[in-house]
Design a protein around this ligand. Structure first.
Ligand SMILES: [Zn+2]
Length: 375
């Protein structure tokens, strides 16, 4: 991973690059940022910049032997520690037991989260970073470095360290020479206070819609889809990628059709629409509902904000104007939103989605016609 591959976080990257060049990088860093903001990618790019034997002005070269190893997460001086689970009762699990899977998983998507990781492992067991793992970390940091000047330990999700994490305090406080510890957390408050206070905090910003949009467009998505996804992702690039994987048509079209059949009371068309939507997987269905909620939120803002600031697509603006003209009030919007949120929750609980979308459509239709009869 190189700095050029990181989405946003430009100020933070500039600061880290300067610290590396000045040889002032603190030996225990805490990279803290919410899910999908890029903590692990930054740790990987920093490690690669450090071990690269042909450093460029502000990035690793991406080509030297050290970079090639880093890009496979196989550099002998860069170690990883992360939450793992017990496969057998008799065993105390170590990150090393899972390293192959971890490499494949992270190389696939360095923005992934602990939840994705546990899902990837296919376990329902509690994951942990154990006391034995902490001793392994210390052992690895005491080794002589093989190829690089530094030994680097990346600890992914230190919030999984319970009080056994205190085993690490000595190595944080009195590090062996040329040793770097990068902690990557999503929830700083859940990290042991004793560790927090001994590391230097590097705070990641929430990614802007523009940053996410441009990263998605770089990967070949058109502007309309990229705009919709960036807005739904709310600063989480990992989620943006999940959304991208489920993006296959223009959502405003799908929404416009749905509302058409509901408002015009066209039962047969509505049933066809429901069948088409429920053919798609559940992630897509949830995304659709989240999208509707967003459009409704924009509708609330629409009256009070200059139109240019809404970041709406033409089709969305038109749809909002139609809904306005049909008298969809803020009060009704709140009722719709409750129904939509409920439906997302039900899908997560494995509801039958055909029945669910039928019921939802009927309930919204009822709200629509109640409104019409009042006015
Ligand atoms: Zn290099």
């Amino acid at each position: 991973m190189q700095f050029k591959d990181i989405v946003g976080q430009k100020d933070l990257l500039a600061r880290i690059i300067q610290l590396v060049k000045d040889k002032h990088l603190p030996h225990a860093m805490m990279l803290s940022g919410h899910a999908g903001s890029g903590g692990l990618p930054i740790a990987l790019a920093t490690a690669q910049f450090i071990v690269c034997t042909n450093k460029q002005e502000s990035d690793s070269c991406g080509e030297c032997a050290a970079c090639v190893k880093m890009q496979k997460l196989q550099h002998p001086d860069v170690h990883f520690s992360f939450p793992v689970y017990k496969k057998k009762d008799t065993e105390i699990p170590l990150s090393d037991h899972f390293i192959q899977q971890f490499r494949t998983f992270i190389l696939e998507n360095p923005y992934a989260t602990d939840t994705d990781w546990i899902k990837y492992l296919g376990t329902t067991k509690q994951a942990n970073i154990t006391a034995l793992e902490c001793r392994e970390i210390i052992k690895k940091l005491q080794l002589r470095s093989f190829e690089s000047e530094f030994k680097i330990m990346i600890i992914w999700y230190p919030e999984y360290l319970d009080k056994e994490g205190n085993i690490l305090l000595k190595v944080i406080e009195e590090p062996t020479k040329k040793t770097l510890l990068f902690f990557v957390t999503e929830d700083m408050d859940a990290v042991l206070p004793t560790i927090q206070s001994r590391t230097q905090l590097f705070h990641l910003k929430r990614l802007s819609d523009v940053e996410i949009k441009s990263a998605i467009m770089d990967s070949g998505t058109n502007e309309i889809e990229a705009t919709q996804i960036a807005r739904l992702a709310e600063g989480n690039y990992n989620y943006a990628q999940t959304l991208l994987a489920h993006q296959d048509e223009n959502m405003v079209e799908v929404l416009r059709n749905w509302l058409n059949w509901i408002y015009a009371n066209k039962g047969i068309e509505l049933v066809k629409w429901i069948y088409a939507l429920t053919e798609k997987d559940k992630e897509y269905q949830k995304k659709f509902l989240a999208y509707v909620i967003q459009i409704l939120e924009h509708m609330l803002r629409y009256k009070h904000m200059p139109k240019g600031e809404l970041a709406l697509l033409d089709g969305e603006l038109k749809l909002i104007e139609i809904l306005e003209s049909k008298g969809l009030s803020p009060y009704r919007i709140a009722e719709w939103t409750d129904l939509l949120n409920e439906s997302i929750y039900e899908i997560e609980r494995n509801a039958n989605t055909k029945i669910l979308f039928h019921a939802l459509s009927l309930r919204i239709q009822k709200l629509v016609h109640r409104k019409m009869s009042v006015s």
